[in-house]
Design a binder for this molecule. Sequence first.
Ligand code: SF4
Length: 330
Amino acid sequence: MFNKVLIEKDILNTKKTQSILNKVKYQDLIEIDRYDEYFGKYKKPYLQKRENLNLYIAKKKGNLIKETPDAYGLSGDKHYYYIHQYNCIYECEYCYLQGYFHSPDIVLFINHDEIINEMQKIMDQNQERVWFHAGEFSDSLALSHITDEFADYYAFLDKNPNALIELRTKSVNTKALKGARENLYITYSLSPQQKIKEIDLKTPSLKHRLSAINKLYQEGYKIGIHLDPIIYNDDFKENYQEFLDELNTAIPIKEIQYISIGVVRYTPNVWNEVKKNYPNSIMHKEELVKTEGNLIRYNKPMRMWILNTVEEMLYSYEIAKEKVYKCMEI
Ligand code: SF4
């Protein structure tokens, strides 16, 4: 699976590193002092991830937890994300990671204990509920059978009922999960199957994602859905109506804990990469403009029309209004 595995020397013999090494295939193993002396130091073209992908195993230094941008999650709560992995095995054409790091190589951080210590400090200062989102720079489940970190996070959840963890994913790799919890949310990013086929490259199909959602729902997991990014096409309304009917058969939409909706959007850096990496993508069919917040996306009237259309469709399935929010729209 990987060309090279580069490991920080001082964690080579830890149980976590050895457990990861036992589960991955690679050609060379290289010991290094610090991952950040190599990762992203020289620009590695994003699409090299198709033939030449390296894996780093490292300890995250610096900020382990960050506050999320506004309008990221359900309003009224505090939201943070934690950083335990960089990059992803999938290849969604809109993925912002292509313009964020200088390399598509995957970095697994194994100091989950330090991440959880930081989360605990935040909980010790808060009486109210606080969200911790995983998967900001990766997919939360895709490699979870290799990283196998959930036992530590479950212990944190059990100790802190006001701490809520969101695992955001497109993966059907659910076997490392350790059972439902009141404060654990598994959330799936979904689009109509035609869009998945065209731009969510290498990801599980809609059918497989819906089947995973149904299984988790039956097992008592709390499920959230991200209808994001929505990409406009001429049959957009019909496509979304059909797709929401399919979703409603996997899990009654009114039973979903929350649903975010958002249109496709890019920072200028990501947009430059997208045009270079995917010049013929269906994403280029509609005009995008620079908008408030320095984001490149549909103009505001069009965005609002798309988002309000999907929102109204969702309400027809009797989901409570407070469970639906527009992502990155202030
Ligand atoms: S699943 Fe998420 S992180 Fe992975 S390529 Fe797609 S958008 Fe990027």
